[in-house]
Design a protein around this ligand. Structure first.
Ligand code: XIL
Length: 804
């Protein structure tokens, strides 16, 4: 048996440096706020308040949110009456006052939660059975006119009452359904003009709140928008529309109620997309629920990792101004009480206020943060969301440098590299994305890369360029005369041709997504071109060459003098340094599962990897973040899927084209040094309808890469290792080389005898770690899985880093 280990929360001693002090000093001294939701019932100063709770809330946080004490059903428990044409409200502010007083006593900023929310309609409202039989507020209880009057009074009276005392208001909460449509509510139904556009009540609420307190920061709050979801895209469109219409909205709140398997890999990107609309962004209700029966410490460590990622994402994005926790102790958390039964322990302190790993992780992230990706000068994913009628939108720069590119002619939002992702599409005439100033110093070494798919090979086209005063300083693109990719730099002396360039040795394949990289390697004195992560050609300009200093914009999909690209562009990156071969290759990955306590993908695509069923087993040193996935055969019934396989949707690779799959595997599941199952097992596979298009793993006791020749009950082509599969970590790489019609297998970077005359087919279903559609599950360890859409050579396989 593998050693079981338990991470004990640290004893409840006062921690030396409270979170608020660390947060104030974070981000190189610019500081953010850190807070928690609190409950009036627990801080009651006169009677039964919990003093330890109060002391801790005062000591740790610079921000306090009212968990439930400002919602409408609490502040207006009895029905208003009508006198002289006006509503007379019977407000109850005592609970809210307790929270605001508490914060004022402790010098804390207050977040008011929430002015308008479908779910906090007072009990005096007539109720009818909802779709699931539970009573919901009857929309017909009052006329639409009265509902709008209630809304205005609720917003104005509440904000007025606390004018100058509440710093942030969650103005409208959860107005969208999961699929991005409007969530039905009494408010939405009372604004029938035009049905079913709910925009009106949202815009009105912000305007009324702003009129009542011009100094409060007003935000829209939502859950399930931390990743690229339908709801997140709808929220983006809504916020953009509110901004375009000059509605006083200052921020977007990401609730961030998470569980372990949700990951948070793309969270910083998401925060940046919204920030590029000109709003602040906030983490407003963070907690990370784990199983309430979880006995081992692994879940606490993974929980710490999720908290840590959120803190880092916020610090990475300058527009992120606070992190608010939804409760700070398991003694008073909404998780596992009425909501999320079977879950619990979601906060950073135990119910006796001992610090969990999550607490220490937040502290460490706040203390240790350094500006991200300093070695990157700009990074435009180009999968930003554009509303269809947008002529000009912004492509976010996710490098952390804040260099967004203005996109002309609705070039964003088109078909991307994978189902579910979008890309820039050039029309060859007017499309481009342009930064406001230079990104790269062209006199210094630099690297620029992009994914491109050309549709027109009848003229010169530019993928990326940067302007000098009167001409283009560098450009990367397609050269019509030679039918090759090129990378070119202008010479300031303008003798000879006026520029130098390197042409690829291979011709672009129209319609195929290709990764191209141009490097100005000044020390080596070469212009270098990589195609699909592979060094393709290099050219040495004469020693007199002096690159034109670039003072103008970086352009995507065009140059100063036109040459607009017809085709698609994705994932443009710029670096003020020479990228080594290993890093160029790394940027071409289509999937990367580090499996360090997280099941998600950290490549460009940031896919969630969902464990099946939701129990994840890990390998690692006690007290540390797990370092690999562990799959067991199941204790009682080896056929039962009780351990884990990770499903990744949609497909990752085009298996009808060349590709490579790299994985570290271990046949010892329980850590006793012996093989636990010597049969046929699959570590990585991608499904078709009837078969998996490839299976990397073990067959007949040997390492194997197997490819069935069709998605049917046909023969499987396979390469197996010369040696028998043994225990210990082993690096496997399976390669399908479509041009050579070959499959290859490398074991610990040693080529095994390849198999010829192999063809493959397109499989468009899930990728799995630990099983395949038509193969037995893996028993043992799996780590650091990488997928590439190119047939890697042994040299390139040697560039893949060892498992971390
Ligand atoms: C929750 C509170 O924490 C619970 O005490 C209450 O019973 C229900 O509401 N999203 C929100 C919060 O915006 O207001 C919710 O708070 C949690 C989900």
């Amino acid at each position: 048996m593998a050693a079981m280990f338990v991470v004990e929360p640290s004893p409840a001693v006062a921690d030396p440096m409270p979170l608020k002090t660390l947060a104030a000093a974070a981000r190189d001294g610019d500081g953010i706020k850190i807070g928690s939701a609190i409950r009036s019932t627990v801080i009651d100063p006169d009677s039964d308040g919990d003093e330890t709770y109060e002391q801790r809330a005062a000591a740790e946080f610079s921000l306090i949110a009212s968990e439930n004490d400002l919602i409408w059903e609490v502040t207006e428990p009895t029905e208003p009456t009508r006198e002289g044409g006006e509503w007379v409200h019977n407000y109850a502010w005592d609970r809210a006052e307790e929270v605001v007083d508490f914060a004022e006593r402790n010098g804390q900023t207050v977040i008011g939660h929430h002015l308008v929310w479908h779910s906090s309609v007072p009990g005096w409202w007539d109720r009818i059975p909802g779709p699931d039989g539970k009573p919901i507020p009857n929309p017909q209880a009052y006329t639409p006119q009265v509902v709008r009057e209630f809304l205005q009074d609720r917003v104005e009276d509440t904000v007025n009452r606390f004018e100058g005392r509440i710093g942030y208001w969650s103005v409208v909460n959860e107005v969208l359904a999961e699929n991005g449509s409007w969530r039905p509510s009494i408010w939405q139904r009372a604004y029938p003009n035009p049905v079913p556009d709910s925009y009106g009540y949202i815009a009105d609420s912000f305007r009324w709140a702003h009129a009542a307190d011009a100094n409060a920061k007003l935000y829209i709050n939502e859950y399930g928008v931390e990743g690229n979801t339908a709801k997140a895209r709808a929220l983006y469109d809504l916020v953009k529309r509110l901004r375009d219409d000059d509605v006083p909205i200052h921020g977007v709140g990401f609730q961030t109620h998470r569980k372990l398997t949700d990951g948070l890999a793309g969270f910083a990107d998401m925060l940046r997309r919204f920030a590029d609309l000109g709003v602040e962004v906030y983490i407003t209700e963070m907690d990370v629920r784990i199983h309430d029966t979880a006995a081992s410490g692994v879940e606490l460590l993974q929980q710490a990792e999720v908290y840590g990622r959120a803190v880092r994402a916020c610090l990475d994005v300058v527009a992120c101004k606070f992190i608010n926790l939804w409760g700070f102790t398991d003694a008073h958390s909404w998780i596992g009480t009425v909501f999320h039964i079977g879950w619990g322990r979601a906060t950073v302190l135990t119910d006796t206020l001992a610090a969990k790993p999550a607490y220490h992780r937040i502290a460490a992230e706040l203390a240790d943060w350094t500006a991200p990706l300093q070695n990157m000068a700009g990074w435009w994913r180009l999968d930003d969301w554009a509303t269809p009628d947008d002529a000009d939108v912004v492509a976010s720069d996710v490098s952390g440098h804040g260099r967004p590119a203005a996109v002309a002619a609705a070039a964003l939002g088109h078909e991307g590299r994978m189902p579910g992702y979008t890309a820039f599409r050039g029309n060859g005439v007017t499309t481009q994305a342009t930064t406001t100033g230079p990104v790269l110093q062209t006199s210094q070494p630099f690297t620029v890369s992009a994914w491109v798919s050309l549709t027109d090979t009848t003229r010169d086209q530019v993928v990326v360029s940067q302007d000098a005063a009167t001409r283009t300083a560098f450009s990367l693109g397609f050269d019509f005369a030679s039918q090759k990719w090129y990378f070119s730099m202008a010479d300031a002396y303008a003798q000879g041709p006026g520029f130098y360039r390197v042409l690829s040795t291979t011709a672009p394949q129209p319609g195929a997504w290709t990764h191209v990289t141009g490097v100005w390697n000044r020390t080596w004195g070469r212009l270098v071109l990589y195609v699909n992560g592979r060094l393709n050609a290099a050219v040495a300009p004469p020693t007199s060459f002096l690159p034109w200093a670039s003072t103008g914009a970086l352009r995507i999909g065009a140059a100063m003098n036109g040459r607009h690209l017809a085709g698609s562009i994705s994932d443009v990156r710029a670096y003020q340094r020479v990228l080594p071969d290993a890093e160029v290759l790394d940027a071409t990955k289509l999937g990367h599962f580090g499996l360090d306590g997280q099941t998600g993908d950290t490549s460009f695509f940031l896919r969630d990897g969902s464990p099946r069923p939701e129990v994840t087993h890990w390998l690692g040193t006690p007290g540390q973040i797990p370092t690999a996935l562990r799959l067991t055969g199941g204790t009682t019934n080896p056929e039962r899927i009780e351990a884990v396989a990770i499903d990744v949707r949609p497909q990752v690779l085009r298996t009808d084209r060349s590709y490579s799959v790299s994985a570290w595997v271990n046949l010892d599941a329980d850590g006793d040094g012996a093989i636990d199952s010597a049969g046929d097992m699959v570590a990585v596979g991608q499904d078709g309808i009837h078969r998996s298009a490839f299976r990397l793993g073990v067959r007949g006791g040997k390492w194997a890469f197997a490819v069935p020749s069709a998605d049917a009950n046909v023969m499987t082509m396979q390469v197996v290792s010369g040696d028998t599969a043994a225990a210990g970590w082993t690096h496997l790489v399976g390669v399908y080389d479509a041009e050579a019609r070959q499959i290859r297998l490398y074991v610990n970077n040693v080529a095994q005898t390849p198999l010829a005359d192999v063809t493959s087919w397109a499989s468009a279903s899930n990728l799995h770690l630990g099983q395949a559609l038509d193969g037995p599950r893996w028993v043992g360890g799996i780590d650091d899985v990488r997928l590439y859409q190119t047939p890697l050579s042994l040299n390139e396989i040697n560039l893949i880093p060892d498992r971390s």
